[in-house]
Write a protein that binds this ligand. Structure first.
Ligand code: ATP
Ligand code: MG
Length: 460
């Protein structure tokens, strides 16, 4: 009763209360620019419709089209079953076990075709915290709409009739630039805590505000993110970091109270004063690449985000008397271990991150054959980009980066000249692992325990 009253005051409607009939918007009302729609998405909906099924473009693509943005991918929703979909396309693959979806391929383009999902029948499997574990059955379109996360993500576009079907007032939220969860916010976040991260990502990406009643429970419910399987969190973090608005996303996570204690990665990234410049540079480079349509390497990204933590631990191990190279490997192990529990960084990505870090001291050896050996390194480009980032952030003397730029691009004569130059750079403040200081340490290992150094993020 009280809950009902509060909802009435806040204007929150539960999914069940939402009208089943959609508002239907014609072309001149929604104003979608058809040239932004993938011809292959139109082909898929058309083929399904010609076979007698309902088929729509749905979700993020409709939201993006309504805001005039070219969608990066297109999802299709239909009342055809996965088997029925598969039969209609030459390159179609049924994916997933519990809830099957169909991947339809046209050249490089992948379209995800999903059968309308049904409403929860009350017998859903949940974990001890109320997170829905499996609730997968087919249903009607209005049920499918009610199960989607935000009103702006629950619209269906039919390219044939150029109409948009809107079940949850998504269009008015698009116009108000508001993200509003469908149904009762607490319940929807409890069912799937990842929605808290999604709302933040969309708010930063679309520059929308979060409706007050959607926003209110987030700070309190944030710890539920701890129960989400690590692999799913990793996917979501990757989406967030490669959204083209990574920095804005991280700032928004902080302002929603979602960073603290929820993911160790975010604690590290957002609360390390010394590494802040480095992280900001890495993220703004990433954002720039995404906006230019270039690929982003997850391993480079995660290696950057965690670098200052590695540096801090590396220094500590060296200060405790460890040789520079094993000290770096131990530091990398520690940092990766701490992240893996919560975030399940995939093994392949972790190994690439380790490579990027391990190459760093090798860039400081510029005598004899060492630099030539580096040229053969499989991941030279990533390691070198990482080195440039370190220079740009002020961690290293920029002359070191310039030397390598010259060496990598120069002919043999130029390379020899650079080696002969015997350029002596001042030892940098962090991680100084040039051969000389390494040798000095070998002779006189310190007996003291690990100590924090000037590079550390001791205030975090
Ligand atoms: P993006 O631009 O990041 O692809 P998107 O909205 O398309 O944004 P997807 O993860 O591709 O996001 O999901 C497609 C659609 O599926 C969403 O628009 C939403 O309708 C629905 N959806 C995705 N994740 C959830 C979720 N956790 N809870 C409810 N609905 C979801
Ligand atoms: Mg999408």
């Amino acid at each position: 009763m009280i809950k009902k009253l509060i909802r009435k005051i806040l204007g929150v409607r539960s999914a069940e209360q939402t009208p089943r009939e959609p508002v239907i918007l014609k072309a001149k009302e929604h104003g979608i620019d058809r040239s932004l729609v993938s011809p292959n998405a139109i082909r898929v909906t058309q083929t399904l419709q010609e076979a007698g099924f309902q088929a729509f473009i749905v979700g993020g693509a409709v939201r993006d089209l309504l805001t005039g943005v070219k969608p990066k991918d297109f999802d299709i929703a239909t009342n055809a079953t996965p088997e029925q979909v598969k039969r209609l396309f030459r390159r179609a693959f049924i994916i997933g076990r519990r809830f099957q979806i169909v991947h339809v391929m046209f050249g490089q383009e992948l379209l995800e075709v999903t059968t309308f999902r049904g409403a929860s029948n009350g017998q859903v499997q949940k974990d001890a915290h109320g997170r829905v574990l499996s609730d997968n059955h087919f249903g009607e379109q209005h049920e499918d709409a009610a199960r989607r996360d935000f009103t702006v993500n629950a619209m269906y576009y039919d390219p044939a009739s150029e109409t948009v079907l809107d079940y949850h007032n998504g269009i008015s939220d698009i116009r108000r630039k508001t993200l509003r969860i469908i149904g009762v916010p607490e319940a929807r976040f409890r069912e799937d805590p990842v929605r808290m991260l999604r709302v933040v990502r969309f708010a930063a990406k679309l520059q929308f505000s979060i409706d007050q009643s959607t926003r209110a429970p987030i700070a309190v419910m944030a710890p539920l993110i701890n129960n989400v399987p690590a692999a799913r969190l990793f996917d979501e973090m990757l989406k967030l970091l490669t959204s083209g608005h990574a920095m804005a996303c991280l700032q928004q996570l902080r302002s929603e109270g979602l960073h603290h204690g929820t993911l160790p990665l975010l604690d590290v990234v957002l609360e390390q004063p010394m590494g802040e410049k480095f992280v900001k540079l890495a993220l703004s480079n990433t954002d720039e690449r995404v906006r230019q349509g270039k690929t982003v390497s997850p391993s480079f990204l995660f290696a950057s985000l965690l670098w200052h933590q590695v540096l801090e631990k590396w220094e500590a191990y060296k200060a405790a008397g460890e040789f520079p190279i094993p000290a770096l490997h131990q530091a990398a192990d520690d940092v990766l271990m701490a992240q893996t529990d919560a975030l399940a960084i995939q093994r392949r990505i972790a190994s690439d991150m380790r490579d990027i870090w391990a190459m760093q001291p090798r860039f400081e050896k510029r005598a004899g054959k060492a630099p030539y050996k580096m040229l053969e390194h499989q991941r030279l480009r990533a390691g070198y980009d990482f080195l440039l980032l370190r220079c740009e952030s002020g961690e290293l003397d920029p002359a070191l980066g310039e030397w390598w730029t010259g060496f990598m691009h120069g002919d043999n004569a130029e390379r020899e000249r650079l080696i002969q130059q015997k350029l002596r750079l001042p030892a940098h403040s962090a991680g100084g692992a040039d051969a000389k200081s390494g040798a000095a340490r070998k002779r006189k290992p310190r007996k003291r325990g690990p100590r924090r150094t000037g590079t550390g993020n001791n205030e975090s």
